[in-house]
Ligand binder design. Structure first.
Ligand code: AMP
Length: 174
């Protein structure tokens, strides 16, 4: 394991049976509360994508926590991919299924410049439904997904399989 994956492994708390029985929730609060570890994680993601992307997108809500500082570290803008009904103006929407439940994500129709190279960030890759829906939005919006970054991947759920050939990296795979 890399130094960054060790940091994440030591600072993510497993919460059994949350938000419903049978789910082991990956609680990132201890990681966020450690400023040095949080900063090292953001720098690790940013340096691997420096010069390769034009904009960073994050998935509501915890993808915002990691995506916005990565965008700033790269000197780039940030696009929020939000749950349905939160964004004003023209939007593009996609529905998807979660490890627990179903939902819809949206992005503003003019969020991406044509052909923009997008780095997409979220905290956890579980079944891959959320990230696949977000990729679809980015691509329907006229941009391209040049990389996906997750802090934690639940490898046993095979979420990567839903993301096709797009380049996927997880700091820690469990
Ligand atoms: P999925 O669409 O199944 O890949 O689910 C990913 C989304 O749900 C991410 O935005 C995560 O924040 C959240 N999520 C799914 N499973 C978990 C889990 N076990 N612990 C924490 N967050 C999760």
């Amino acid at each position: 394991m890399s130094q960054t994956s060790d940091l994440v492994a030591a600072r993510v708390r497993d919460v059994p049976d949350f938000p419903k029985p049978g789910i082991v929730f990956k609680d990132i609060a201890p990681l966020l509360s450690d400023g040095e570890a949080f900063g090292l994680l953001v720098d690790d993601i940013a340096k691997r994508h420096s010069g390769r992307v034009d904009v960073v997108a994050g998935i509501e809500a915890r993808g915002f926590i990691f995506g916005a500082p990565v965008a700033l570290a790269l000197g780039l803008g940030f696009v929020p991919i939000r749950k349905a009904g939160k964004l004003p103006g023209d939007t593009i929407a996609s529905t998807y299924s979660l490890e627990y439940g179903a939902a819809e994500v949206e992005v503003q129709a003019d969020a991406f410049a044509p052909g923009a190279r997008v780095l997409l960030i979220d905290d956890v890759l579980a079944t891959g439904g959320t990230a696949a829906a977000a990729c679809e939005l980015i691509e329907r919006g006229g941009a391209q997904v040049c990389g996906l970054e997750f802090v934690i991947e639940l490898g046993f759920l095979d979420g990567r399989d839903r993301l096709g050939d797009r380049p996927v990296n997880a700091i820690l795979t469990v």
